[in-house]
Ligand binder design. Structure first.
Ligand code: PEP
Ligand code: MG
Length: 575
């Protein structure tokens, strides 16, 4: 099979299939029926609480239609006839709650199918929704044990949300294969951060591969081999060895300065999501943290993390980096990053919706708590803060105003704050790039979030494998925006970096450096590869390459030109 390669390396291990598409309902014989009925009743109570929370959130957003849908769900779980039927199945057939629920729901579904009335047919979708919620609650233990892995495994799934991956024991995860996703979906970014091979965009793969199958992933070509013959396994073990050797060789560069052959210095930093990633970054010689995706801290908790818990995490990050710059990005929830405990009502276009700074400006309680924690940690090191998803000046000013209020509060409380904190924004919405001349005077720095900038500029969902081929970092529109942002930053005397995944594309490096970017922030496993390439680059030549690359009319032409010009050796150096 061949999918979209998103994280390089070879993995050879047994598959663990997490198939969330169809919930597998086990049938068990029950001895203590009364206890089973109690378990069922508790499950109903839990489901009702979840539904009430979602309904409340919908009402707060004056989304009455959505609130009404959940009102109907609630009624189903309060319908005595429905509940009685399930209970009688448990009593009469001595079966487990999930199975009794499934059988009852199936019989309702069959009845619904014969109905002409579209309104009533719609209710079958609601019934399915309610029953899936109940099944997930009742099967909770099974699901968790499916996710908890005790031996080296390749995780195969329809989709893996960032919060799913946050629950996996990293020690045993050798690779990822998913049906959904694109090269900059957050699952792909996590795989690169963990430095494990991953292939996404393989429809049907979670049905095709069974638990325990032997699987090989080639994260460079996108190939996935199922139950390969021993000679093939040996061939891939050789490949795996040479890949590991190449990485070890790179380690010699850990302490080498990051500058071009003609002396242009670049700040080469690392992107992290988890405190553990800092170790990886430092081992690879990162000169700072260019992007701390603080939302992962929120995903690892069962509820909103307290100010103290956040403070401790930010303080640790700053202390571990020991005076090197640490850019903490404020919460970026929404899009493909969800929090179970902070339900966001269903949106048709979540990437265009209630996300990141928009959510924070609306939920100032969450925002202020985070800002307090970040600022309190500021004495521990070299702190910079940036806001994600800024689309215009009002949002930037609003965010800064709230940060100022928090700062004043802390000063009034007698808390010492670092007086050299820099404040920046991500440039990841095209509108911000276009008005970067207006934004630049009001910030200390820009960081180009090209993962989003590309998706918004080209209108290509970064997580949708069906349009992954259209997701094009080499698109002239993207390159023009980067050029514009770099120029506007420098004109205002501000520095500009890039923390999107395109910063680790060696082929594009001469363009990014040639356009004058001051900082590159990449995943931990890419730091040394990028360092090696920068050290073999000639800045003056890069400026010419950047200028010429921007003359082309299509992404294909740009790519062709860069392949020709860059002339990258097998060792990853410019010739
Ligand atoms: C980006 O959008 O480029 C970025 C770095 O942020 P994230 O990938 O977390 O959206
Ligand atoms: Mg982004």
């Amino acid at each position: 099979m061949k999918g979209i390669p998103v994280s390089a390396g070879i993995a050879i291990a047994k598959a663990v299939v997490i198939n969330e598409k169809h919930i597998q309902v086990p049938q068990r014989n029950i001895v203590d029926v009364q206890a089973e009925i109690r378990r069922f009743t508790q499950g109903v109570g839990q489901a009702k609480l979840q539904i009430i929370a979602i309904q409340k959130a919908a009402l707060e957003e004056t989304d009455h239609d959505r609130a009404a849908i959940f009102g109907a769900h609630l009624l189903m779980l309060e319908d005595p006839e429905f509940l009685k039927q399930i209970e009688s199945k448990m009593r009469e057939e001595k079966v487990n709650a999930e199975y009794a629920l499934q059988m009852t729901v199936d019989s309702y579904m069959t009845a619904f199918q014969g109905i002409e009335d579209p309104y009533l047919r719609e209710r079958s979708a609601d019934l399915k929704d309610v029953s899936d919620r109940m099944l997930r609650i009742l099967l909770c233990e099974e699901k968790v044990s499916g996710l908890s892995i005790h031996e080296d495994s390749i995780v195969v799934a329809h989709d893996l949300s960032p919060s799913d991956t946050a629950q996996l024991d990293r020690k045993y995860v050798m690779g990822f294969i998913t049906e959904l996703g694109g090269p900059t979906s957050h699952t792909a970014i996590i795989a690169r951060t963990l430095d494990i091979p991953a292939v996404v965009g393989l429809p049907g793969v979670s049905d095709h591969i069974q638990n325990g199958d032997q699987v090989i992933i080639d994260g460079e070509s996108g190939e996935v081999l199922l139950n390969p013959a021993p000679p093939i396994i040996n061939e891939y073990r050789d490949k795996q060895r040479s890949f590991i050797k190449m990485k070890q060789d790179l380690l010699q560069l850990k302490d080498a300065p990051v500058e071009s052959k003609d002396g242009r210095k670049i700040q080469l930093a690392v992107n992290i999501g988890h405190l553990n990633d800092i170790k990886l970054g430092l081992e690879n010689g990162a000169a700072g943290i260019g992007l701390f995706r603080s939302e992962f801290l929120f995903m690892e908790q069962k509820g909103l993390p307290s100010e103290d818990l956040q403070f401790e995490a930010y303080r640790k990050a700053l202390a571990l980096m020991d005076g090197k710059p640490v850019i903490i990005r404020t919460l970026d929830i929404g899009g493909d990053k969800k929090l179970d405990y902070l339900p966001i009502s269903q949106e048709l276009n979540p990437f265009l919706g209630y996300r990141a700074l928009r959510l924070c400006l609306d939920r100032q309680d969450i925002f202020k708590t985070q800002l307090r924690a970040i600022l309190r940690a500021s004495m521990a090191g070299n702190l910079k803060v940036m806001f994600p998803m800024v689309s215009g000046l009002e949002e930037l000013r609003k965010a800064r105003q709230i940060a100022n209020e928090v700062q004043q509060e802390l000063i009034a409380e007698g808390i010492d704050l670092n007086s050299n904190i820099e404040w920046g924004i991500m440039i990841e919405i095209p509108s911000a790039a276009v008005i970067s001349d207006i934004l630049a005077p009001e910030v200390d720095f820009f960081s180009l979030g090209t993962n989003d900038l590309i998706q918004y500029t080209l209108a290509v969902d970064r997580t949708n494998e069906k349009v992954a081929a259209l997701y094009e970092p080499y698109h002239p529109a993207v390159l023009r925006l980067i050029k514009m942002v770099a120029q506007n930053a420098h004109q205002a005397g501000k520095w500009v970096g890039i923390c999107g995944e395109m910063a680790s594309d060696i082929q594009l490096l001469p363009v990014l450096i040639g356009l004058g970017l001051d900082e590159l922030s990449v995943g931990p496993s890419a730091v040394l590869k990028v360092k090696k390439a920068i050290r073999s680059l000639d800045f003056q030549r890069a400026q010419i390459i950047a200028k010429e690359a921007l003359q082309f009319k299509t992404a294909a032409e740009v790519k062709h030109y860069l392949t020709d010009q860059s002339n990258i050796s097998e060792k990853g150096e410019f010739r």
